[in-house]
Design a protein around this ligand. Structure first.
Ligand SMILES: *[C@@H]1O[C@H](CO)[C@@H](O)[C@H](O)[C@H]1NC(C)=O
Ligand SMILES: *[C@@H]1O[C@H](CO)[C@@H](O)[C@H](O)[C@H]1NC(C)=O
Length: 405
């Protein structure tokens, strides 16, 4: 039934190829699969009068956004909207629009395309295949913040939909080879350079661009194939992350996300960790105290660097490392971080017999009251072995120990 309506509208559009008003009116009122047919027809017959296409695309995007069960979106996908949009997009350079018109349409297209890719599970992937080519082209072809942001989120959705790491890697390869079929992909990768550039556009608090770019970079760094991290490093990732991290005007979330990506780079290969440790001023920036959320991610980055061996202790400076680890024992720190910090302190003290620094004993004594059994025992162990002359905080501890054990 729906198809018959679509086909008759297609005919109407083709018959009225002379005048734009009918096409324009229909496209404006279409908030469903009808609009898809409208676009298909418009792309082939109304190359010169389709500047109004942006409005229905925006209406559709809006509707997809408020579509709780995804049925509206799936209906559009079943009607092959992504390929229709992709084709229109490809034909656009031949349309005789002014650039503001083109920009308005492209903004709506990009928004709609991103909304369609949201929450996209694997089985539906073939329906959004064109999006893998579309978003990279938008990223490389525009400086418009709204478009860049929607296209970057679109790429995030495409990666996010992968249920397994291997599938995520395949999708990432698909994104990074888009537009380079059969050719060698250049280094630094232009798409990743653009993503890195977007990370730095923090000026406006409401600008969602750095968050989107940081999310995309974080997802790529998180994949098991470390070549994505290498490609990002070659595109200048560390400089951008460093700048975001120390930008006290940037939203805390942006600074925290930057530190999170750095922590993931630090957890990567030895060469990746080394390039982080060698980036001028970056380790110092990670050691600087910021807001709590930022500080915790920075501490993870330092701890991940330390996992690469004793060289890192030396490179970062033993005293600085002890300060960081001691700070990580504060009561408001997450328990996993406290545990990891104590493990590193133990290694450090075994090797270097570090004297007490920055209230370490006091912090350890505090942790002897922790409600987390593992933390409490570790703190007690460190005190007994490395600071036996300091004594235990008090005798009640044995009660707490036996209760937790
Ligand atoms: C996506 O594009 C629409 C329309 O241009 C805009 O209103 C919206 O803010 C954009 N979304 C993001 C996350 O930038
Ligand atoms: C023992 O543990 C409880 C909670 O688990 C805590 O409130 C109490 O302060 C602890 N006592 C000592 C002496 O550590």
């Amino acid at each position: 039934m729906a198809w018959q309506i679509l086909i008759s509208i297609l005919f109407l559009l083709i018959i009225r190829a002379d005048g734009g008003p009918l096409a324009y009116g229909l496209c404006q009122s279409g908030c469903n699969a009808l609009a898809v047919a409208c676009y298909a027809a418009a792309g082939s017959t109304f190359g010169t009068v389709t500047a109004g296409l942006g409005t229905p695309a925006a209406i559709l995007a809006c509707n997809v956004g408020g579509d709780a069960d995804g049925s509206f979106r799936d209906g559009l996908l079943d009607a092959d909207i992504v390929n229709v949009l992709g084709q229109l997009f490809a034909e656009m350079p031949d349309f005789t629009w002014t650039s503001p018109e083109r920009c308005e349409v492209l903004r709506s297209f990009t928004w709609l395309m991103a909304s369609l890719c949201r929450g996209m599970q694997s089985p539906m992937l073939e329906k959004v295949d064109a999006a893998f080519d579309f978003f990279p082209q938008v990223l490389l072809g525009t400086t418009d913040a709204e478009m860049l942001s929607n296209a970057t989120w679109g790429l995030c959705y495409l990666l996010q939909g992968a249920e397994e790491d291997s599938e995520g890697c395949r999708r990432a390869v698909r994104i990074l080879t888009a537009g380079f079929q059969g050719e060698e992909v250049p280094t630094p990768h232009p798409l990743l350079q653009q993503v890195v550039r977007c990370m730095r556009m923090v000026g406006d608090w409401r600008c969602p661009l750095p968050s989107a770019a940081l999310r995309l970079a974080g997802m790529l760094v998180h994949l098991s194939d470390s070549s994505f991290t290498d490609a990002l490093l070659a595109a200048g990732l560390l400089g951008a992350l460093h700048a975001d991290l120390v930008d006290s005007y940037a939203p805390v979330q942006v600074r925290r996300d930057a530190a999170w990506v750095l922590a993931n780079v630090a957890a990567g290969s030895l060469a990746q960790a080394q390039s982080l440790a060698e980036q001028p001023g970056l380790v110092e920036a990670l050691c600087d105290q910021g807001p709590t959320e930022v500080r915790q991610e920075c501490t993870w980055a330092i701890l991940n660097l330390l996992k690469h061996g004793p060289d890192m202790f030396v490179r970062m400076g033993v005293h600085r490392v002890v300060c960081i680890l001691t700070n990580a024992l504060q009561a408001d720190t997450e328990p996993a971080l406290q545990r990891s910090a104590m493990e590193h302190l133990e290694l450090l003290m075994q090797k270097l017999q570090t004297p007490e620094a920055g209230g370490l004993v006091g912090k350890l004594q505090g942790l002897c009251h922790s409600s987390d059994g593992a933390i409490l025992q570790k703190a007690r162990f460190l005190l007994q072995n490395f600071f036996p002359w300091q004594g235990m905080p008090d005798d009640d501890m044995s009660n707490n120990l036996s209760r937790s054990g």
